[in-house]
Ligand binder design. Structure first.
Ligand code: HEM
Length: 242
């Protein structure tokens, strides 16, 4: 029984390695407890990624709605909040964010010396940035809601673009967050693709799409597409924002 279980684990590890060098984790194939640990970690990472990605699709669509008008963004958000602000769903989402950050960083660090190839490194770098972003972003949103007692809508994100010099931080911060999300998912698709053409498309299309969406959202927040008047109470959270 035990021998069969170890065999299955080693088989699974080889299968994963063939698909993704970035996921090679343990140098010692006999340590089945280490294997179980990393397989569980990877399963957790993928499972929480599904919920976070579903939320991110709605969330980014919500930000794209601001291309039409800030009012459209806010109306969209009110409807979406009816779902993701349900206490059970919000707690699950925040729990998934915590799992994603911790498991992602563990996977990035543990496979550091075994990682080979550009895609594996791209996946790790995009994932590490996403981990940093999610931690900072969700903390800022919760802080804005509880400490500043603000409605964390479009204006909360836009305020940073309208108090000098914070736009130099927020433009790349949001741009690379969206790009990192699409790149990270593109890398995951890359390992699943069967042909060279499919692999090229799996990585190129998400990066192109992510760049366009990221640029549109950042330009919209900065008021470069349509004039944006950020209420003073949002600007006041920044030193120098009055
Ligand atoms: C340009 C990009 C982004 C902007 C401007 C932005 C802005 C915001 C804002 C304003 C909120 C508050 C929403 C509310 O109060 O209902 C929020 C919440 C959140 N965002 Fe983002 N976001 C961006 C990208 C992302 C990405 C790429 C992810 C995930 C990969 C993400 C994950 C979250 C999460 C988990 C929350 C907390 C939801 C909650 O519990 O209320 N965001 N974001």
């Amino acid at each position: 029984m035990r021998a069969t279980r170890i065999f299955i684990l080693i088989e699974e590890k080889h299968r994963i390695r063939e698909r993704s060098p970035s996921t090679a984790v343990s140098p010692n194939e006999n340590e089945d407890s280490t294997e179980i640990f990393y397989m569980t970690l990877r399963t957790l990472h993928r499972t929480s990624a599904i919920l976070i990605t579903a939320f991110a699709i709605v969330h980014l669509a919500n930000h794209l709605a601001s291309l039409s008008s800030v009012a459209s963004h806010i109306t969209f958000m009110e409807v979406a909040r009816g779902i993701y602000r349900q206490p059970a769903i919000e707690v699950l989402l925040l729990f998934c964010v915590a799992i994603q950050v911790v498991s992602g960083l563990r996977l990035v660090v543990s496979a550091w010396t075994q990682r080979r190839g550009r895609i594996a490194w791209l996946q790790a770098i995009a994932g590490a940035y996403l981990g940093f972003f999610l931690l900072a972003h969700v903390s800022a949103i919760l802080f804005g809601r509880t400490v500043f007692n603000l409605d964390t809508n479009f204006y909360f994100a836009a305020a940073g673009f309208h108090v000098h010099p914070y736009q130099f931080f927020f433009a790349p911060y949001y741009f690379f967050a969206v790009l990192a999300l699409f790149t990270h998912l593109g890398c995951a698709l890359y390992w699943q693709a069967k042909s060279n053409v499919a692999r090229k498309l799996a990585i190129t299309l998400p990066i192109l799409l992510g760049s366009v969406i990221a640029l549109l959202i950042v330009l919209s927040l900065a008021g470069s597409l349509k004039p944006v008047e950020v209420p003073e109470k949002y600007k006041a959270i920044y030193p120098g924002g009055k």
